[in-house]
Design a binder for this molecule. Structure first.
Ligand code: GDP
Length: 528
């Protein structure tokens, strides 16, 4: 039997992130293929929202089905247990991705060599930087006429605010792409466009010998020699400690669709990526090898079958051993809960498990007890941190269109917002007006559709002129109460009963911040 320490050491729990279309799905699939978890390409479906042929919400339903299947992909490779957590690429679901990033120990970032750093890449990297998450960069599509490799590296450093260190180096690009040179193994990996074969030709060569000219031609050989000299002059040696602290991102070049560069990535990843990391709670730091189990819920998925209203809560184990049928403390509800059928996610399957270890993600059937961010422990009262709600960008008022179904609507919107589809703000002093805040328009379609199909409630959304929602606190409860009384219309409460200030414009927000020094305004819900 492996010890807890050994179980922890062998786990690598990570997410693959990218701007849509850079190649995240393709790379995920190739990692599964190289890892032996799947036998054929095409097994991993894209979870992208496709615009066009079908209406958006049908597309979202399709996507939701795929997301359940690809939420967590687990496989073993060289005695390492790899847990890939899927992240939606569409920007309207960015919050989902941010939350998933709180449950990973590291990240692989995919960049399209033609497009370079794109908008979504920057946002995702910001979240990684906030938490000092170690990042490996895979520059993809080297078979296309992309940008010059040194320019790409400069762009990565400038736009992502992280130092980079190439570990492989491309030989030419696009139609003339010859392969990559592994700067540490000092070997050549020669490219041939091939979407099915996963073997490849690797030769170790001295790049100063004529062998290199024979392999890649004199011009490219000379260019490579020049590039390697430059790299060695410009970049420091790769230092794993700097990678682990999130300061330096090692960079690989390849072409995922051609199975090229994936093996190096996977091999290096399993060697250098961190195993299960310690985590911060509101009271202390929890080490993964502590005896007592603890973990948190980072994602909730509604059942696709409307007849079964149960949901799947995704638990990230942070310490100790999670056991089936054992009672654990649900800290927020202060009650004991246990799970008969916790399950684990294989590449294409799921199976009931008896135990899980730190770094693992376990699926728990839930009948409505969980909210995103909930913590489970063996008795200790603490909350895992780092799953804030961000101030939404769009606000609409939920209007009930069928007075007979008020209860269903109420329950539906409660549960959907528990899942993190959107944030709910209530103005109880104004007859319980409900304001739904999101980061994208698509969410309103999702909510409307799901309220009707899963809860039988019809609704409409009316635009509200709100630019920002800020959580407000004060050291002096009287001053907070006074502010709340004065601001009337602009005050609401979030799901946990915290006061929120709804500002019509950034200017109004600024004025209120200036004029009320005793009130603290917070842009995320995590201010305790
Ligand atoms: P995602 O949105 O990031 O998940 O991107 P996908 O993996 O769905 O890839 C987007 C498109 O790029 C698909 O048509 C892929 O076949 C294509 N693609 C992925 N990798 C490569 C590559 O290495 N070279 C080329 N030319 N196309 C690629």
């Amino acid at each position: 039997m492996a010890t807890l320490q050994e179980e922890i050491q062998k786990r690598r729990t990570f997410g693959i992130i990218s701007h849509p279309d850079a190649g995240k799905t393709t790379l995920t699939e190739k990692l599964l293929l190289f890892g032996g978890a799947i036998q054929t390409a095409g097994a991993v479906k894209s979870n992208k929202i496709k615009k066009g042929a079908t209406s958006d919400f049908m597309e979202i339903e399709r996507q939701r089905g795929i997301s359940v299947a690809t939420s967590v992909m687990t496989f073993e490779y060289n005695d390492v247990k790899i847990n890939i957590l899927d992240t939606p690429g569409h920007k309207d679901f960015a919050e989902d991705t941010y939350r998933t990033l709180t449950a990973v120990d590291s990240v692989i970032l995919v960049i399209d060599c033609v497009k370079g750093v794109e908008e979504q890449t920057e946002k995702l990297m910001e979240v990684c930087r906030m938490r000092n998450t170690p990042v490996i960069i895979f520059i993809n599509k080297m078979d296309r006429e992309g940008q010059y490799a040194f320019d790409l590296l400069d762009e990565l450093e400038q736009k992502l605010g992280i130092k980079v260190r190439p570990l492989t180096w491309p030989i030419n690009i696009g139609a003339n792409f010859k392969g990559v040179y592994n700067l540490y193994e000092k070997s050549l990996n020669l490219f041939s466009a091939n979407k099915t074969k996963i073997e490849k030709e690797v030769v170790s060569v001295d790049i100063w010998s004529e062998e290199l000219d024979k392999r890649v031609g004199e011009r490219d050989a000379n260019q490579l020699r020049e590039d390697v000299e430059l790299i060695e002059g410009v970049y420091n040696d790769f230092d794993r400690a700097e990678y682990l602290s999130g300061e330096v991102a090692p960079v690989f070049f390849g072409s995922a669709v051609n199975n090229f560069g994936v093996q190096e990535l996977l091999d290096t990843f399993t060697q250098i990526a961190p195993s299960t990391q310690k985590r911060q709670t509101d009271t202390r730091i929890v080490e993964p090898d502590e005896k007592k189990f603890s973990g948190f819920i980072f994602k909730i998925h509604a059942n696709l079958d409307p007849k079964h209203r149960d949901r799947i809560a995704f638990l990230r184990i942070c310490s100790g051993v999670f056991e089936r049928n054992k009672f654990y403390k649900h800290v927020r509800l202060d009650k004991n809960v246990r799970f008969n059928n916790p399950y684990n996610f294989m590449a294409q399957d799921k199976e009931v498990i008896d135990e899980g270890f730190p770094g693992d993600v376990v699926g728990l059937y839930d009948t409505g007890n969980f909210k995103i961010g909930d913590t489970l422990t063996e008795g200790e009262s603490m909350f895992y941190q780092g799953i804030p709600s961000f101030s939404p960008e769009i606000f609409k008022e939920l209007i009930n269109l069928d007075p007979m179904k008020a209860k269903q609507l109420e329950k539906g919107i409660e549960q959907l917002t528990d899942e993190g589809v959107a944030q709910l703000f209530t103005q109880s002093h104004l007859g319980n007006r409900k304001i739904v805040g999101t980061v994208g328009e698509l969410q309103y379609e999702v909510i409307q559709y799901r309220l009707e199909h899963e809860y039988g409630a019809k609704c409409r959304f009316d635009h509200r002129d709100i630019a920002k929602a800020c959580w407000i606190t004060s050291e002096d409860p009287k001053k907070l109460a006074e502010f709340v009384r004065l601001k009337g219309q602009q005050i609401a409460t979030d799901k946990d009963g915290n006061y929120v200030f709804l500002a019509e414009s950034d200017w109004i927000l600024r004025m209120n911040i200036q004029n009320n020094p005793d009130i603290q305004f917070h842009f995320t819900s995590e201010f305790k």
